[in-house]
Design a protein around this ligand. Sequence first.
Ligand code: ATP
Ligand code: MG
Length: 240
Amino acid sequence: MLEMEDIWAGYDEQPVVKGVSLKVQKHEKVVIMGPSGSGKSTLLKTAVLLVKPFKGRIYLDGEELTAENVDLRAARAKTGFVFQSYNLFPHLKVIDNITLPLRIVKGYTREEAIKKALEVLEEVNLRGFEEKYPLQLSGGQQQRVAIARALAMDPILLLLDEPTSALDPELKAEVLDTLKEVARRGIAMLAVTHELDFTKEIADRVIIMEDGAIVESGQAKEVLENPSTERTRKFLRLIQ
Ligand code: ATP
Ligand code: MG
């Protein structure tokens, strides 16, 4: 469903992702972990060409995104992206934060967009908040709006970049619960997170990145409880 083949990517001609290949199958949940600066966010952005790879091929839903003349906007509309900081439009109400991309990217009418927005707000347990502005919400609520906005696009793949790392522990739990619900719906996920319990619960596969490369990949239990290198063992001890 998502397939990345020998991806080299980075900034100013300096690679920070160095020859990564990975696949996410339909409905599969893959968690990426690894030390700061190892290239996790860059890899995630590269998956939908928010960062253009220097080399390698990317396929999403059977379409090669790295081919010439690809309609990237249409391809990205099949995915949802949730970042560490919520990236809501502060001057727009919750409802408008969700309906705006539906109208622009999906071409929904106002009525269709509102209907969909109310549905996804229900899913993240935020019905009744539609007229609020982001700054009137807690961090956890804002992040749930960001998740609702991503879900509203009916993505086949959800990309999550440390969606709870900016939150206080008590707010983390509510966002993780929401994401567990989303995971149960069967959308494929590629998530960067260091939340171990969440990962053990939802991940089909865990990947550890170090210095731009995948150093471990396997079932969550295997990788988290019995990593093959000392370096990974050290890293996992740090995030316990
Ligand atoms: P963290 O856990 O801190 O989020 P990460 O694994 O997500 O780290 P990246 O954000 O992908 O790592 O960064 C990998 C390297 O690329 C780092 O050295 C970083 O400084 C560099 N980098 C990231 N974004 C940019 C950018 N927009 N321009 C230039 N260099 C960047
Ligand atoms: Mg990052």
